[in-house]
Design a protein around this ligand. Structure first.
Ligand code: ZN
Length: 291
């Protein structure tokens, strides 16, 4: 590494930082992440202080891109590769970063996608959020598995222009088994992913964690509704879910919401959207959880 390599790397990082800071503030003046006050003064080493509440912070405090430890340049590159559905191992290779570092960054991007969904609060601030490693707004990227955690059930609604994949509150895997055994709700599986025929206003119920297929009765004369459809969300998601063959029950909501996002934005460039999600605040249940 020569001196000029260093200088150009620093310039590239400064350019990347300016780009991300601009996304964080989206044309507004700088503000305090705690009280949203706009009287902010600069301290040494890029730190900022709020004149109103005295909170000391920096430009990325409390935002998704502050989790995971990537440089600004690497965040921009990682987001670009993620937008193109590059695998984590290929990303690690092309960014010259450790696999685990990239895996964490991708997990942060997925949490940022979930946080932008209409049912974000429902997912993140309940049992599902805790299971996923999102506790009161803190993202834990290495949580020991909890065998007692309730597996979340999602409902899929396919419309021509938009697909909703929503957490169905209070619905448990046991209920799905009950509907299957007693009300002949057909159940199919894709690896560990279990999905049903139409149920109430949903085109399917879906969850991950079906290791024990003996629990379900086969209703052989009926194909689940989603499998009868061509070119919709399920055609899009099925191939991709098959590729995530090691998907865990804990991470499944992240993958499913990512697929919902990708499908609903399949005709646009998702990179600018991903970057604004990455620059948004990690949602907290209430402001006091923030600090
Ligand atoms: Zn403040």
């Amino acid at each position: 590494v020569t001196l000029s390599d260093d200088a150009s790397a620093m310039r590239a990082e400064a350019t990347a930082r300016r780009q991300l800071v601009a996304r964080c503030y989206a044309g507004r003046e700088r503000f305090c992440p705690r009280c949203r006050g706009t009287k902010v003064y600069a301290l040494a080493e890029g730190r900022l202080r709020c004149a109103a509440c005295r909170y000391t912070f920096h430009e990325f405090t409390g935002r998704f891109l502050n989790v995971g430890g990537l440089t600004c340049r690497d965040w921009l590159r990682a987001a670009r590769l993620f937008a193109r559905e590059t695998t984590v191992s290929r990303m690690a290779e092309s960014l010259s970063l450790a696999y685990n570092t990239v895996y964490r960054a991708v997990t942060v991007l997925r949490f940022a996608i979930v946080a932008a969904a209409p049912d974000a609060a429902q997912i993140l601030f309940g049992d599902t959020g805790r299971m996923m490693g999102y506790d009161g707004g803190r993202i834990s990227l290495s949580l020991p598995p909890d065998p007692e955690a309730a597996i979340p059930v999602f409902g899929v609604i396919e419309r021509p222009d938009w697909t909703f994949v929503d957490l169905v509150p209070d619905l448990r895997v046991e209920h799905v088994i009950h509907f299957n055994l007693n009300f002949s709700l057909n159940v199919a599986r894709l690896g560990k992913v279990v999905y049903t025929d139409r149920y109430q206003h949903y085109d399917a119920l879906m969850f991950c964690g079906g290791e024990d297929s003996g629990r379900y009765a086969d209703i052989l004369d009926r194909t689940p509704y989603l499998d009868t459809r061509q070119g919709g969300f399920w055609s899009f998601a099925r191939d991709r879910l098959a590729r995530y063959n090691g998907v865990s029950a804990r991470r499944f909501p992240l993958y499913l919401k990512e697929l919902e996002f990708r499908h609903n934005h399949r005709n646009v460039d998702i990179l600018p959207i991903l970057l604004s999600y990455l620059c948004s605040f990690v949602p907290k249940r209430n402001q006091s959880d923030f600090f």
